[in-house]
Design a binder for this molecule. Structure first.
Ligand code: ZN
Length: 262
């Protein structure tokens, strides 16, 4: 038996779909995540390196899944937010009619429409289109950057999510995992629940043998107010299936996530 292989994709910053990398770790073998990759015209990709193929998959997937611009924002009552923000400005003793603040209520309303837009979409939709493939390799997408809003203070928390699964038969494009993170993040959240939600969605939709989600984040409600501890990072994890039951699988995953940073 060859050692279990790991496909390790690391998105570079916010523009994750274009910059996925696929690398071989240690003695592991690299796995084709998508058995039916297609190029930008929709034609099947039959040659090229694995990373090219992964990139092709990520790109086409994103073109298909991009929601119409501004659609989700419209489901947030922006006029109501604007009125409330004007109230806040009055309440703190400001003059909302002075030049610098005149556009602020509407601007904040548009921003909240964006930041809370995830409330009005189902994050599951991103992983409901999958490929059927017998695959016995762990898939990890590391360093998915995200920002969310702490529901206790409505202050941002931001950081990185690492999402892994061991497929049973269902395999999805790598960018789908990042889409789920994004969707779950764009609502009033707590980090612990966000971590569990991502894991549960993948367990239920992919019927995977195992799912692991690790999130590291800085909470501005801890850094700019309250205990004021800049630099503190909150780490949460959700381990399901083989990642919970098999310490060796979990250990290998942690090495993949943190190995080169220790
Ligand atoms: Zn908070």
């Amino acid at each position: 038996m060859p050692p279990a292989g790991f496909a390790n994709a690391q998105p570079g910053g916010a523009d994750f779909p274009d910059s996925f990398l696929c690398e071989t770790i240690g003695e592991s073998t690299t796995v084709d995540l998508d058995p039916f990759p297609r190029d930008s015209s929709g034609a099947p990709v039959t040659s090229g390196s694995n990373s090219d193929r992964l990139r092709a998959v990520g790109t086409i997937v994103d073109e298909l899944d991009e929601p119409p611009r501004g659609q989700v924002e419209h489901r947030v009552d922006q006029e109501r937010i604007a009125r409330a923000v004007r109230e806040i400005l009055l309440a703190i003793g400001e003059n909302p009619d002075r030049e610098g603040l005149r556009e602020t209520p509407a601007r904040v309303a548009r921003m909240y429409g964006e930041l809370f837009g995830g409330l009005h979409e189902d994050p599951r939709r991103h992983v409901q289109k999958f490929f059927t493939e017998t695959c016995d390799e762990v898939v990890l997408v590391r360093d998915i950057s995200f920002n969310s809003m702490c529901e206790h203070h409505l202050l941002p928390f931001m950081g990185k999510a690492h999402v892994a699964y061991l497929p049973r038969e269902r395999v999805v494009g790598l960018s789908k995992l990042a889409r789920v993170v994004e969707s779950v993040a764009r609502r009033p959240q707590v980090q612990e629940r966000m971590t569990e939600q991502i894991a549960d969605i993948l367990v239920e939709e992919l019927k995977a043998k195992g799912v692991a989600v690790v999130i590291e984040a800085v909470h501005t409600c801890m850094t700019i107010r309250g205990v004021r501890k800049p630099g503190s990072i909150c780490v949460t994890s959700a381990m399901k299936g083989c990642f919970r039951n098999k310490s060796s699988t979990r250990a290998e995953l942690m090495t993949l996530i943190y190995g080169d940073r220790r």
